[in-house]
Write a protein of this length. Sequence first.
Lengths: 256, 266, 355
Amino acid sequence: MKKCLQRTYMGIIFIFLYAPIITLIVLSFNKSKTRAKWGGFTTKWYIDLFKNRAIMQALYNTLAIALLSAAIATVIGTIACLAMTRMKKRDRAILMGITNIPMLNADIVTGISIMLLFISFGIKFGFGTILIAHITFNIPYVILSVNPRFKQLNHSIYEAAVDLGCTPVQAFFRVVVPDIMPGILSGFFMAFTMSLDDFVITHFTKGPGVDTLSTKIYTEVKKGIKPEMYALSTIIFVSVFIILLAVNLKPEKKEK
Amino acid sequence: MSRKYLAAPYLLWALAFVLIPLGMIVYYGLTDSNGAVTLSNILAISSPEHRKALYLAIGLSLISTVLCLLMGYPLAMILASTGMGKGAFVVLVFILPMWMNFLLRTMAWQTLLEKNGVINNLLGVLGLPPISIINTGGAIILGMIYNFLPFMVLPIHTSLSKIDVNVVNAARDLGANGFQVFFRVILPLSIPGVISGITMVFIPALTTFVISNLLGGSKILLIGNVIEQEFTQTGNWNLGSGLSMVLMIFILVSMITTFITDKEEA
Amino acid sequence: MKKGLFCRIALSAVMVAAVGALTACGNKADDSKVYVYNWGEYIDPETMEMFTEETGIEVVYDEFETNEIMYPKVEAGASAYDVICPSDYMIKKMIDNDLLQKINWDNIPNAKANIGAQYYESSKEFDANNEYSVPYCWGTVGILYNKTMVSDPVDSWDILWNEKYADSILMQDSVRDAFMVALKRNGASMNTLDAAELDAAKEDLVEQKPIVQAYVVDQVRDKMIGNEAALGVIYSGEAIYTQRENPDLEYVIPKEGTNVWIDSWVIPKNAQSVTNAEKFIDFMCRPEIALMNFDYITYSTPNDAARELIEDEDIKNSEIAFPDLSQYNNLETYIYLGEEGDEMYNDRWKEVKSE
């Protein structure tokens, strides 16, 4: 009885979460150009997609910004965490306070504040300005996931490595890094996802002709989204789904 | 060389792209278009249209936060108790939709909720009366819940799965019934998750301008919309900055309140 | 377990990203670009490809939804465009605020040769000596309605206040267009600075709000095609497109009069390449290119030579695409009202929206 109730509840939430996604997937096969009409089944948007330069460029920008900003944020954030292990309690508190600002502040305020900075210093908007903004809001995610790992770290291992003749740098890369790796990876992944899904901050810091998928979609929303965009999202969604399913299912069978 | 200087790159970065930009907002917020110091941009929040937009934003985001909590808590409990895939399943279910662009996902609700939309067609087939919540506050609440529910479920789930099963068993052994176990043991132990869930839902909901734009038919003006329009359409940066400062104060106050209640309960 | 999970997720994320980056094309870095800032869906993308093919100049294309959104971006100066396509009153505002540069007509021979003289004449209202703007599209604002849903005759703005059509009315989500409807309905000028007239218009818009389904700009098109609404305020250029998709739709210019507008190419002061901008505008003024754009966006072209090339006689002489303006005596063009005038409109519009 209880199980049944639980299943039903899960089912309802599941439908709630996935109904829009299924709608989008269905729309990607709609022959009619407007989302208001069903014009029959077609796969032609999947072919047109690769010929659509604007969408491909937006895809490239989105991925490049997500990868670069996540990577740079991971490097800056990780060495900041390393530094924090040797800090006085008060200094560390200040640093964590600063780290929390972009996390807790409204996206719109973060976006606008960075926009004002660029305008005041006469910096031209473009790829670089989006990248800087993304790194800025990504660093906190990295710090928040790497920092706990450093706290759990057993410092004597590092010291033992140094005693046994490792240089501090060697000791860091051979001993510390492997230990904190899960934190670094999950930080990188969080940053990557956040960057990918961001619209508001990009909206305020983007320059002429540099679009990410989000800003491209926002302009298209008004005039009717191009069906190619549905096709692209379906491809991304399905490939992530398959990869996740594949990597998650295999080891679990072993465990059983 | 001391290790703590390694924080320099991050500190410089934060100074340049977090602290100075916030300073710019404060500067614009406290001056008028001629650069003279004024409080009028901040006091502008008390004008009827801004006040309405702020109250409406607070109202809608509070409702969505409460609904997210009511929907999310049982869900997190089910996920934690059945231990499906020990977390892997949760991530799969809740992170996966995030790979579909959030604007598209929200747009899809338009297609679903419209007068001639999918839901109404289904209801028609079943002989039920159509619903019309598109372009109302209801649709905006729905959009908020849809977008932010995962941010409620995941932290609660994390804190629930940290609870030691032995504690629960001990309570049972000592004669607590199901309700008592829940209210005396499980709920108090999950409060940190609930608190972080509430902030992670309330703040983005309070400040959104996209969801109200897409699902509210531009009929409903939230404080986020007002700020966005001051910057992108009216071009009054001073007013926009002043209102942003008010918003920041609100976030700060709500953070402190939740923090204090957290302390008291814990 | 947890560790493994995150590793796997991170790995899959990177894999997807890498595959995606490989399929997407690379970023070309060269100076031969022209930055164009235009209305959404306001050009046939093929014409831009043809332009690039012929001249080797890459078109970097960006879209805006309303004049009001475009202006602050250009004014801030952090986004340098070479060619922009604003409307009449906004062009005047940009001229007044010294944001535009004069056009060297010798470098744009097609503009003078192909575009009808009457359009230059009407451009003088905002560009007194025809120094700054090259007409690209023009049209009126009217009511698009669905014949199967509206039983009353549609000939007046009044119908947008008829409660019979509650929740089936689409209004324009831009300050000047929304106030134009209310002002014209009351017999006032759409450029009025009279506070009493504006207040009355504001009250009317507030009164109308409960029966409005949504305030939209370009979405009118999709919603009308999908039978989502019965009546919508729309630019004449959308009429032909929407009728093509949904034959039940009809476009009307209300008897109280309406707005006649011109969208024109201009070159901002901070353009990076004036030569490329000139080449682009000249290319767009070629009759066959203008015709392609007309076919694609269905907005009336001021390019007389292009109109001559239209094969479909119905469209060539269409009352919607090429109305004879002399039969109306109450048409107006928006005039830039100055900073204070803008504020009068913006403040009241905010009041309507927050109601």
